[in-house]
Design a protein around this ligand. Structure first.
Ligand code: 13P
Length: 252
């Protein structure tokens, strides 16, 4: 059975003090919740400090990107081993903002995923279409290419620790959410594609998150869908009350 994962992508928000303040509030409110997996992905500068706070709690820690080389003259980049030494267990890869603003391609996503796996970090691979692509009815074509690209050369065993996040670009930070049915259809498409690329077992086990304006008032409905296994949340993960409500959304 897949467990619901509620993950916060803080993007370029929260300095160290603000990060600690936020995570303390969250941790206090959700420390008795065992039926959900909970993850926060603060900016690099806060990772170590947040790790100290969450290491003995039910909150897991992730980063927002990594570079595929081990070390060397790559000014401004961060390696998998640096993230591990800061306490990270997960890493977001191929977020649409990285694809849009920082030249991320299918090939670079794949290199980062391979490096994460090789280093024992769990990659959260982001895919999703733009508004233009959705209006052009090529959502599945776009997602197909992104999934095939990201999983290129990966084995069935590699899939054990991978998470996929479907984040339609037009729904990110816009307040527009995909309807639960529309989102679920794309999730189902991704699951079927994984079945084709690997097998039924891989497809059934894969946690597929939805991202794009997930809020306390739409989360329960989204999380209840058959193929939606939680959320990758931006804006609402920055407010403790909202994120706490999201973690609890739909729990009886
Ligand atoms: P919002 O929740 O702010 O729409 O952002 C979603 C996202 O990009 C998470 O990675």
């Amino acid at each position: 059975m897949r467990r619901i994962l509620v993950a916060g992508n803080w993007k370029m928000n929260k300095d160290i003090r603000e990060s600690l303040e936020l995570v303390k509030k969250i941790s206090y409110a959700v420390n008795d919740i065992s039926v959900r997996d909970i993850l926060v992905c603060p900016p690099y500068t806060s990772l170590s400090a947040v790790h100290e706070l969450v290491k003995d709690t039910n909150i897991k820690l992730g980063a927002q990107n990594l570079f595929w080389e081990e070390s060397g003259a790559y000014t401004g980049e961060i390696s998998a081993s640096m993230l591990k030494s800061a306490g990270c267990e997960y890493v977001i890869i191929g977020h649409s903002e990285r694809r849009q603003y920082f030249g991320e391609t299918e090939e670079t996503v794949n290199k980062r995923v391979k490096k994460a796996l090789e280093s024992g970090l769990k990659p959260i691979i982001c895919v999703g279409e733009t508004l233009q692509e959705r209006e052009g009815s090529i959502t599945e074509k776009v997602v197909d290419k992104q999934i095939r690209g990201a999983f290129e050369g990966l084995s069935e065993a590699d899939c054990d620790t991978i998470i996929v996040a479907y984040e339609p670009v037009w729904a990110i930070g816009t307040g527009k959410t995909a309807t639960p049915d529309d989102a679920n259809n794309v999730h189902k498409f991704i699951r079927n594609l994984l079945k084709e690329l690997y097998n039924e077992n891989v497809a059934e086990k894969m946690v597929i998150l939805y991202g794009g304006s997930v809020k306390p008032d739409n989360a329960a409905e989204l999380f209840a869908m058959e193929d939606i296994d939680g959320g990758l949340v931006g804006g609402a993960s920055l407010k403790s009350d909202d994120f706490i409500a999201l973690i609890k959304a739909g729990i009886e």
